[in-house]
Design a protein around this ligand. Sequence first.
Ligand SMILES: Cc1ncc(COP(=O)(O)O)c(C=O)c1O
Length: 331
Amino acid sequence: MKYPNRLNLAILPTPLTPLEKFAVPNFDGKIWVKRDELTGTEVSGNKIRKLEFTIAHALDKGCDTLITCGGVQSNHCRATAILGARLGIKVHLILRGEKPEHPDGNLLMDYLVGAEISYLPELEWGSHVDLAHELLQQYQQQGSNSHFIPTGASDEIGLWGYIAASEELKNDFETNGISPNYIVTATGSGGTQGGLVVGAKLFDLSGQVVAFNVCDNAEYFDNKIREDVACWKHRYNMKLNEDDLEICTIEGYVGPGYGTADQEVFKTIAELARTEGLFLDPVYTGKAFHGMVTEIQKGVEGQLPGASNLVFVHTGGLFGVFPQQQNFRFD
Ligand SMILES: Cc1ncc(COP(=O)(O)O)c(C=O)c1O
């Protein structure tokens, strides 16, 4: 595969390890974890895979400032802010909501690495791309060359991150001698799911890619991924029949809303931590893992029928645990 220009930022390849002690009632198959929470320490998780391509593209354009956006606890914004500090690029974040009195988790890290932050109230979030364009103009007037990265770096450039990860998975499956029947991920802005769906086709990966949405719905992700893939084909002159793409999003696990989880999710996070020493987060991976385990237990009636060997792509998010510490029960 001929990849576009890419920075070498993530610690790769990440391990693929089986769960040994976490028990799923009435299930005698195996769950493997693609340990993408180990792509780094501060810049851990899925975003760094996309940003290797996205920031390379921005630098090729002579960019000295990155503008991006997300929630106050955005993992993507934290990853971009830290990589900016490392690479000597200014980072300006547009965050959804109000400035908290005491920044913690990802936001604390954004401040520590010196990101410039503009807050946009929830009700005005619809205009965040307009604000990004205003900032692009302001930076241009000041003689800077800025580049806007969309939410989650999920566009035709960021798509390469999980296309490349699929090639890595292909090797992992061969090394471990496994042919999984499902590859499971959380989906929030669609780039990880989209990259895996395309990568699964390009590298003929064993297993169907299924994603648990933590916001929006299946129709949204279907449209978003097809749009990104169409732009990717156009920009890179790639041949792929979009009709062949199997985009499978399992609904029903958003819970009370984006960023807010039910008690079962917190219980699952605590159980995996206790049994395996693995940490999920309540915004993305906790919901997806909880959804996966729930669907496995439903057997043929569920949305993962015949599951025997599954690969859960652990996309990180650890720093999102701390701002939600009050939701864990220890009695
Ligand atoms: C920890 C974590 N997992 C999963 C996702 C979902 O990835 P994507 O935005 O590519 O859908 C995100 C970001 O949105 C994330 O921060």
